[in-house]
Design a protein around this ligand. Structure first.
Ligand code: AHM
Ligand code: MG
Length: 335
């Protein structure tokens, strides 16, 4: 059940019974992410005021060690999830390997692992452009009570239990799914409370926005080049509008609300594209599909890719159903 202006805390409690496995563990986990998001939001918001922008390891004018915001966000999410002892493992885009977490009383009893991109698009911070956090939650596949293994993290996206993102934008929003639709919550900064502002988010079936780094055009495969030309042709409702922030969460969020397609193709210089399957593509794909959109990596559905490594990159296309299907027609002509 969703009620507008419900708080995220109320929503989590009221919808707990609809989770596939409703032991309360997943609710606590989402609550922990909510908390860490607020802390990171606070820091991101004052980025222009204090000396938090700068290289990690520098010292600010108060003599405090400076941290880059992506390092800060990484630490905050890991700390919050670790201290609350509600996950058995974390993999982060910022870490080389996964982290195994023991709970203090009964060891390794938690069943969820979290994969996270703590601050995606962080190169945008210095210029006051929106950034985001992306997270993805799975049930471990190895036995509870033992340390987590790589295979707990290398699961296809279709096994996700929940996924979401936080966009630190003109207002801060947390958008997530537990496989039962997508709901968006906006932070009231004065109260520090997220309110349900976007219940049951849906991609419009058609859209008029295409988002791609066109500076790489020359390196794209012919199918992608032809689709971009199609977007630019004058016919019917075309030409479409080009919008590219360079911050996946923001580009995706806008396209989900207005209707559009996001593309990060492979190219002759980046054979697998840029985006990470586990931290970026799978969680965004889960949200896209739950919102009646599509997410593909070429011919295949993103969430059906069997990952082989933690930091694997894949080409990524996602958005309004009809736009992605049209792109697919172009891709199929060549590859
Ligand atoms: P990051 O994980 O290093 O922040 O990179 C991911 C970001 C995405 O948010 C964004 O869509 C993309 O990189 C932009 O890349 P480019 O500048 O090559 O267009
Ligand atoms: Mg990233």
């Amino acid at each position: 059940m969703t009620r507008k202006n419900q708080t995220l805390g109320e929503f989590i409690i009221e919808n707990q019974s609809s989770f596939q496995y409703s032991s309360g563990e997943l609710s606590k986990l989402i609550n922990a992410i909510r908390l860490a998001a607020k802390v990171v939001n606070h820091e991101v918001n004052k980025a222009g005021l204090v000396d938090v922008i700068g290289a990690a390891g520098d010292t600010n004018i108060q003599g405090e060690d400076q941290q880059k915001l992506d390092v800060f966000a990484n630490e905050k999410f890991i700390q919050t999830l670790t201290n609350r002892e509600i996950v058995c493992g974390i993999a982060s885009e910022e870490e080389d390997s996964f982290i195994s977490i023991n709970s203090s009383d009964e060891k390794h009893q938690n069943k969820y692992v979290v994969l996270i991109d703590p601050l995606d698009g962080s190169s945008n911070i210095d210029v006051n452009v929106s950034v985001g956090t992306i997270f993805s939650i799975y049930r471990r596949v190895t036995p509870v009570g033992t340390p987590v293994q790589l295979e707990d993290f290398l699961q296809p996206g279709n096994q996700q239990v929940a996924a979401g993102y936080v966009v630190y934008g003109t207002s801060t929003m947390l958008v997530y799914t537990t496989g039962d639709g997508v709901n968006g919550f906006t932070l009231n900064p004065a109260l520090g409370t997220f309110y349900l502002s976007h219940p049951n988010m849906q991609f419009p079936e058609d859209g008029k926005i295409y988002s791609v780094n066109e500076g790489n055009y020359i390196h794209f495969l012919q199918g992608v080049k032809d689709y971009i030309k199609y977007c630019q042709e004058e016919e019917g409702d075309r030409p479409y509008t080009s919008r590219y922030i360079g911050s996946l969460v923001s580009d995706f969020h806008r396209n989900m609300i207005k209707g559009g397609i996001y593309m990060y193709p492979k190219s002759s210089v980046a054979q697998s594209g840029k985006l990470r399957l586990l931290y970026e593509c799978n969680p965004i794909a889960f949200i896209a599909e739950q919102a009646n959109g599509l997410a593909i990596g070429g011919k295949n559905r993103i969430m059906d890719i069997m990952p082989t490594e933690l930091h694997q990159r894949v080409p990524f296309f996602c958005g309004s159903r009809n736009m992605v299907e049209k792109l697919q027609e172009f891709l199929n002509k060549y590859h």
